[in-house]
Unconditional design. Sequence first.
Length: 486
Amino acid sequence: MSNKAPSVSPSRVDSADAELLVVHEATQQLSHMNDPDTVIGHMLRLLSQITGLNRGRVVLPDASGEVMEIRYSYGLLAAERERGRYRVGEGVTGRVMRTGQVAVVQDIDAEPVYLTRAVDRDVLPPETVAFLAVPILNEDQPMGVLGAHRIRERHRPLHRDITLLRIIAALVARVLKVDDLIREQTAVLAEENQSLRQALSSSNEGAHGILGESPALRQAVRQTLHVSPTQATVLLNGESGTGKERFARMVHLTSPRCDGPFIAINCAAIPDQLLESELFGHEKGAFTGAVSAKKGSVELASGGTLFLDEIGDLALDLQSKLLHVLERQTIHRVGGTKDIPVDVRIIAATHKNLQEAVNKGQFRIDLFYRLNVFPIHLPPLREREGDVKLLARHFLQVASQEFDRNAVFERGVLDRLAAYRWPGNIRQLENVIKRAVLVAQNGWITVVDVELILTHESHVTDHLEAGGTPRPASAPSDAPVQGSCW
């Protein structure tokens, strides 16, 4: 974009034409927005060269919000810009920032509030010099100040110069807001790129669907990779939604049994009267409806791995049969009489305290010790510092593809997600992100969107903890969940 001054000479336009020319040229800058320095600098140049409003400056608060500094200017030296610092409420500029009202100093020599801080008086013309300052507003709140000396063209009506400055201030506000939006989008994209780099550079655990960098998760992954090459029974302890099946699959996939079957059964999801047949199979005629023999999950998993989720919900009579499998590697089908040999590694998981269940007589102590050969604690999401943001970005990508959306997090969303307790852990986070993608307007997931969703989640959690509807049971699974990475 060219920085050349308008081709119309100031001497060849009257007052009204000059104002229209300034507004037209300034508005044109917005149509091909470059960096704020160029756009705002050009606007301030127009004010000086066409209307005689000299040494224009845009004064904005610094990071503290207490001190204002000259951020953009035309006709000021670097040293003058550096000196132009004011506390909010100090001097003419500071008062405009505090009150949001226009300030008119007809004679800077006669006004004690005018500080003469940025520009020394002796560099200005000896005749009377005025100073005008108008607020730069964002939704009726001052976000900065536009000021200029009024030296030439004093025959112009003062109110017209003030109106012109107000118009330019509104355009400057627009430029600043667009720049803020661009910076925010750039920051979001940078975060997204960083998350992609992390995902691409993740080590073995990422390859097996375990995503995270927290020490607590890495400890669980190290233990998993340590035990997986052996034949040891593994007991995964963790709250619901912490990814127990994913860790079980990781054990299987990094073990010598990786080419064999992986069968997953949720012991809490199947009624006791059906679970025995599901686990151990049945012979023809074993019960009404058993029109043919059927292999159970233990037999089907032979040569591979059987994952028993929610083992703490297994009935006592079935616990004894599972103990038989662990001790002898044989099964009896329901209605059968012969031993059927199997070669199966068992990985169990629970969110319950099995030792407490043993003490209450709800779980066999001998089975507990058979299962508890190598326990691994899976940390809840609230103990995985830093992983919430990583997982949220991943689930955002997955949900955007699933729902054919191009969703992006607004700045502040990830911090809000990281601050939530996540009683439902990773599964809850994934569902929240899906919901946020679906409700996002124009692809932007805002803090307000997330706050509303999390408020609803908190109400649901409170209801469940008070004895409301239990969690829905899941069906048996022998296939990995597609598209998720825990």
